[in-house]
Design a protein around this ligand. Structure first.
Ligand SMILES: [Zn+2]
Length: 139
């Protein structure tokens, strides 16, 4: 059995079952096909959107590879920052502030700060960036 979506000349769409692909033409030729809504005998096969089966798989794969590329970038960035910057830990906001006001020589630092401290720093015009990874070596 084959299911076709049919459409009549009045735009009614309906599904109909046929024993094989040739029986649609046969029934139509013999005038046995009619719209289930308006009984018009002017019925055609509706063009159905092609089914895409592999699309979602492809999307998934490219998403995973994009993600691992980002992870690689973050790791490279992390290595670079850890090599050049001084980890000041909990003193981050104090150190950043001291450098900003010229009390200390400027150098790249990384460290921890609370949300409210970060807000204060931003309000004082001190530039910093949140690191794109979470430090898992603490505790
Ligand atoms: Zn109709």
């Amino acid at each position: 059995m084959i299911k076709y979506t049919l459409i009549c000349n009045n735009g009614h769409q309906f599904d109909s079952w046929f024993s094989d692909s040739g029986s649609f033409e046969k029934l139509k030729k013999n005038g046995h096909l009619e719209c289930t809504i308006c009984f018009s005998k002017n019925v055609e096969k509706s063009l159905m959107a092609p089914r895409v089966t592999s699309g979602s798989d492809k999307k998934k794969k490219s998403f995973i590879s994009a993600q691992s590329a980002v992870e690689k970038e973050i790791k490279a960035l992390k290595d670079k920052i850890l090599k050049t910057a001084t980890d000041v830990g909990e003193n981050f906001s104090a150190e950043a502030r001291a450098m900003h006001y010229g009390e200390k020589k400027e150098k790249p630092i990384i460290g921890k700060t609370t949300v409210s401290e970060a807000k204060d720093l931003a309000e004082e015009g001190i530039q910093f960036l949140p690191l794109p990874w979470s430090d898992d070596k603490t505790n």
